[in-house]
Design a protein around this ligand. Structure first.
Ligand code: TDO
Length: 183
């Protein structure tokens, strides 16, 4: 297993070993001890899986507020996505900065996103599946959405947004979110 730090403290890219043979391939997509050896001590307690029918489906930007904040370990198991982590930790040197990466069925990369970050992705192909582990259960009361096209965040989405949920379409700007939740 290889893990790389990014410019955002705690956000890591993970590449697990893939064993190919004439049948196809095998990989350990998660191994508690191996992740621990790479400094990831998170105890994951829920696995999530989403399927998006069309290219250009945008999910995000989402986070759960404390005390239900979640660490997420994200991978794409069918198709491909542009995945983004946004640092919303007010005390962080990289507050409001984001990190984006392509995760795909082919590259098998994973993105570790710490608590205090928002997360979102756009699908780059039809029929795309995303699976991710979280370390806190879903809580509707703590679940929040921030506008995917917020001007301060200025995320450079690599493809046009075609499909978005009603919740995400009317999500507040970052400023409104911070005013409501962090003051
Ligand atoms: C996230 C989640 C949703 N649900 C339900 C609520 C709702 O009725 C339905 C669809 O939920 P959403 O529209 O929030 O699904 P989605 O837009 O895919 O939400 C996800 O987006 C990505 C970017 C994340 O980072 C995730 O944490 C999560 O917020 O599933 C659960 O029961 N458990 C869960 O853990």
């Amino acid at each position: 297993m290889n893990s790389f730090n990014t410019d955002l403290d705690g956000v890591k890219v993970i590449e697990n070993k893939v064993f190919g043979d004439e049948r196809g391939w095998f990989t350990e997509s998660y191994n508690h001890n191996m992740y621990k050896e790479n400094g990831i001590y998170t105890k994951f307690i829920q696995d999530n899986h989403s399927f998006s029918k069309y290219k250009g489906t945008l999910r995000g930007l989402h986070l759960q507020l404390y005390p239900k904040a979640q660490t997420k370990l994200v991978r794409c198991t069918r198709g491909s996505i542009f995945d983004v982590a946004i640092d919303l930790r007010p005390e962080s040197k990289t507050f409001k900065q984001s990190y984006g990466i392509i995760l795909s069925e082919t590259n098998q990369k994973q993105l570790l996103i710490p608590k205090g970050f928002a997360h979102g992705f756009i699908t780059l192909e039809d029929k795309t599946e995303v699976q991710y582990k979280v370390d806190e259960h879903y809580s509707k009361e703590h679940d929040r959405s921030i506008a995917w096209n917020d001007r301060i965040l200025g995320i450079d989405w690599p493809t046009e947004v075609n499909v978005i949920s009603d919740k995400d379409r009317v999500a507040p700007t970052l400023d409104t979110f911070l005013e409501r939740e962090y003051k």
